[in-house]
Design a protein around this ligand. Sequence first.
Ligand code: CA
Length: 225
Amino acid sequence: MKILLIEDEAALRTALMGSLKQAGYLVEAAADCAQAYEKIGLYQYDCVLLDLTLPDGSGLDLLRALKAQKSPAGVLIITARDALTDKITGLDLGADDYLIKPFHLSELNARLRAIIRRRQFQGQQQIMFRDLVVLPELAEVQVRGEALTLTKKEYDLLLYLLANPGRVLTKEAIAEHLCGDAVDAADSFDFIYTHLKNLRKKLQEKGADNYIRTMYGVGYKLSHE
Ligand code: CA
């Protein structure tokens, strides 16, 4: 799960980044509109945490830009402004939810989970695919009722495939999803093959064979048979 945090207050940004990383999210940050525009122009995010008052512009304009480019990212507004008009404008523009500063980190985590669940799996409490059941709230995976132990990256990879049924995911898209823009520096995508190989092996050991199909030269997709 990849999050873009747009917040100009350095102390709050650092605290939020630490907390979100600890909660298992991949987090990138922007301190102003210029950095944020660059990020949303280059990368896809699952959710954007958006401060409205930024030194070089309004977060509402960033929200308009996200919606104009038909970004699938959820948007959670975090703002010190409790002006009713801003909240209403934000929600009218398509933000999913808002939090007024100061807020508890546990509250932020709960709202984020709800947004991502709603966006990715239409609010389902469990995701089913062939013999697989995934409980995203608990980060649990079962094959025919038997628990499957996955690493964080393997779990993220499986969820990414499940969130895109029938779509071929390129290795570039998978790398970006798993590692964020750190992937710019990576010379090869070998690490993806390793995660894929291990995920397939673990699935296979539980009898879930041939769930991930390789489309040679293109990418990977879930297989229904
Ligand atoms: Ca601010």
